[in-house]
Structure formats: C-alpha cells, structure tokens
Write a protein that binds this ligand. Structure first.
Ligand SMILES: Cc1cc2nc3c(=O)[nH]c(=O)nc-3n(C[C@H](O)[C@H](O)[C@H](O)COP(=O)(O)OP(=O)(O)OC[C@H]3O[C@@H](n4cnc5c(N)ncnc54)[C@H](O)[C@@H]3O)c2cc1C
Length: 407
C-alpha cells in the first residue's frame, strides 16, 4: 500500500485525503491547527456555499487563464456534488446556481467530512506544523516544528494561502513548494473590502445601498459589479466591492465609481431632477429631492456639489449645479487606496504558478508531489467557486497521487 502524506487539513486536503484513501492509499493528513476543516465553519456566513452549478473560467482569476481552462475542464460541478453525495451530505442549489448543504449548516459539512475520514481510515495528525519537506532516497521526508518526521511515496501540498489567518496557519505552503523548485506569482488579498479615501465616508458608515460599482484606473473601466454595496468608514464592502478587489491587483491610482441609479440614464435622471425642481421652486433642496435616495447619501452628494440641502431653495439652483448633482448620483468617485489586508480577505490572489503543474495536479518540478487548493495561483469570485476549486483539485490530486505512486 502506498503511503500518502497530505499537508493541510482544509477543504483541498480533506478531499485529497478521502480520494487517495478510496483509491487504495494509506493516507495521513498533517494539520497545523488543533482540528481539520476549521475555516469551513465560517464559509458562506456559516452556511458554506460549497460550489456552483455554473463553473466557468471567467469566474476565476489567475496569471495563466489558458492553463486554468484546461484544469477546469476536468472539474464539472457534478464532481463536487457527487463527492458530497458519496459521503452522505445532501446539497441544493439556489436560483443563482450556488450550492449549499441542504441543511445550510457549514458545521454539517465538517461533521460529514470528519466521519468520512474516520470511516476511510485516514490518520489525522493535528497541532502538526510542517516546516520542511524534501525528496531523498526514493521518497518524501516531511518534518514538523514539533520535531516529528514522516516518510511517504507521494506528497500532496494543500496548505492554503495567506487569506484569513485567524482561520488557519497561513502562507507556509508557498515556502514548502519553493523548496521543490516552484515559483510563486505575486500574492494579493482577494474578495475583500476596498479602502477608499473620501471625507464623506465617515458619515455614511453602515449604509447598504443597491447600486452598480465600477473599478476604473488609467482612464478606463476595468470591471463593473452590481449588488448591495456597504459603505464603511474606511471604504466600501459587500459583494460588489469584494468582487472588484480581485481585479485590483497591483493597480495604483484606481477609483471606484458608484452609480446609484444604474437603471436610469444620465439624461433621464437629469430630467427627473429638473422636473422635481420645477414642481416646487420654493422648497429646500432637501424637500425637493426627498424620496430618491438614502437621506445621508443625498446630503453627502449635495455637499460635494457645493449645495446646502437645508438653506438653499430650488429657485436658487443654477442649471450647472443641477447637472453636477445628477453627475454625482450616476458617477460618485471614490479614490481607492488598496484592498483591505489579509485579515479580511476570503481568498489569496496569486500563488504557485499553474504552468508548473500537470493536468493531474502533479508538480512538474518534483514527480510524486501534488498541489491542490488555494496554494495554487487561482482565486475565484464569490459564489462557491473557491471551494469548488479546492474540493476538485484535491479530489483529482488525491486520485492521481495513488495512481502515480503505483506506477
Ligand atoms: C470568511 C470566509 C468565508 C468564505 N466563504 C466561502 C464560501 O462560502 N464559498 C467558497 O467557495 N469559498 C469561501 N471562502 C474561501 C474558501 O474557504 C477557501 O478558498 C478554501 O477554504 C481553500 O481551501 P484550501 O484547503 O486550499 O485552504 P485552507 O482551507 O486554508 O486549508 C489549508 C489548511 O492547511 C493548514 N496549514 C497551512 N500551513 C500548514 C503547515 N505548514 N503545516 C500543516 N498545516 C498547514 C491550515 O491550518 C489549513 O487548515 C471563504 C473564506 C473565508 C475566509
């Protein structure tokens, strides 16, 4: 029986261990924390959005989309659902194709997986931080900071990335992979809030607003997202901002442009404001435009347009001031300082270069070494894409690790 070591007991490591054990390997997971699957408990706000029925390369970010496309071809959504069905977890998809456990409990996903590991006889070593891994005398030697040492025929590196350090050991997998000759593309926090500099933000803290947000840099639009934006004292959060963070990369001088009325053209909005103004020339600006948008946002935009909502009457409003207000409602610009740090990020952008692994997730630097999950240069958007990548890369790596070891 082939000995398989898996470094990391997260989604990718557990999936790899289970499929390697099913394929006939003797498998041990080495996990630095006191239990495997800890991060899974907080995924999807405790509901675990474990996959998506609409897997497509466009839902992922990587330096090598060509390689990703090939790898994803082997990973239909059913690879995830079949995997969970096999271990007894009922799943369901919502109207957007997002897959969840039927009971909507992330803890149930972990319970099912831990039971499966037990049933399959996978050994789990916890509180075991791997610090060294190398190839010698026809096998892998792995050492932990606690002084333990293991040998194996194949090694699966599924140690995750740098995001959310409170939920797992962070970043150690890159050094282990580099020890085998791998290279790493630049790492950046993904699926995180954006830090913006704008004096109005402090007063808008806590407001959630449905809108469209565009990320712009160098005079062009890089990406656009719609949904519920959360305004915070430090910038913008919520799913649209998180999605945009994946597109920010190392961009400098970027802006987000918020369109509070995406379904209304600039011209139509301008006409609407003008009609309102004409209907009540003696009203204050506050009263004239009441009911259009969250009051605090409207105040902030009027202030930015140089208008005082309470002391100015509509009669005193100049056409260029009205046009400026319409412009701000459609294109409110917030200079972006950068993404929030690793603490808030849900996933790591960048990682071990995809051209350095084969279609079977085997290292092209060291045969018998496999890489799976977030440690690789793949970051998915919100919607279950990251866990899909983690499970599926783990499943494929686990299967092939046993197959290759048997050759
Ligand atoms: C708050 C939050 C919510 C999320 N929600 C979703 C969601 O709903 N849907 C979705 O698709 N994705 C979600 N994600 C992203 C998803 O959780 C990750 O992409 C996925 O868990 C990556 O799996 P992984 O196994 O590669 O890495 P991880 O889950 O990070 O697992 C790696 C494991 O390796 C261990 N480890 C690291 N280094 C060592 C070492 N040297 N020795 C031993 N062990 C080591 C770590 O402790 C960890 O347990 C969320 C992330 C966060 C932070």
């Amino acid at each position: 029986m082939k000995e398989i070591l898996v470094v990391g007991g997260g989604a990718a490591g557990i999936a790899a261990a289970l499929s390697a054990a099913e394929a006939g390997g003797r498998v041990t997971i080495l996990e630095g924390l006191n239990r495997p699957g800890k991060k899974l408990l907080v995924t999807g706000n405790g509901r675990c959005n474990l996959g998506n029925t609409r897997i497509a390369p466009e839902c992922y970010h990587t330096a090598r989309p060509d390689r990703l496309k090939v790898l994803l071809k082997q990973m239909p959504a059913t690879l995830t659902t079949d995997f969970f069905e096999r271990w007894g977890l009922m799943t369901m998809a919502d109207e957007a194709g997002r897959l969840y456990p039927y009971c909507r409990q992330a803890s149930m996903v972990v319970d099912v997986l831990l039971l499966a590991l037990q049933r399959r006889g996978v050994a789990v070593e916890t509180d075991c931080t791997v610090t060294e891994a190398f190839w010698d005398r026809g096998g892998f030697t792995v050492k932990s900071s606690q002084g333990s040492r293991w040998r194996s025929d194949a090694l699966i590196l599924a140690a995750g990335g740098k995001a959310a350090p409170k939920q797992g050991l962070n970043g150690g997998g890159y050094a282990l992979a580099k020890g085998f000759g791998h290279s790493c593309t630049p790492l950046y926090p993904c699926l995180t809030a954006l830090r913006c500099t704008h004096s109005a933000l402090r007063g808008l803290k806590g407001i959630r607003v449905l809108c469209t947000v565009a990320l712009c840099a160098g005079g062009r639009e890089i990406a656009r997202e719609s949904g519920e934006l959360q305004l915070t004292e430090y910038g913008v959060s919520g799913i649209p901002a998180m999605q945009l963070s994946c597109r920010l990369g190392a961009q400098k001088g970027a802006n987000v442009s918020v369109d509070f009325f995406p379904d209304c053209s600039m011209r139509a909005l301008h006409t609407l404001l003008r009609r309102r103004a004409e209907e009540c020339p003696d009203s204050t600006l506050e009263d004239a435009f009441l009911g259009l948008l969250h009051k605090r946002i409207m105040y902030a935009l009027m202030k930015e347009a140089g208008l005082s909502p309470l002391s100015r009457t509509v009669r005193t409003l100049r056409p260029e001031e009205l046009a400026r207000l319409a412009e701000l409602l459609k294109n409110w610009r917030l200079p972006v300082e950068g993404p929030m740090g690793w603490e808030q990020a849900q996933v790591t952008g960048g990682g071990i270069a995809l051209q350095e692994i084969g279609d079977d997730f085997q290292s092209r630097c060291r045969p018998g070494l496999y890489l799976a999950g977030e440690v690789l240069d793949v970051a998915g958007e919100c919607g279950g894409y990251n866990l899909h990548w983690a499970w599926c890369s783990g499943i494929l790596a686990g299967r092939r690790a046993v197959g290759e070891a048997e050759l």
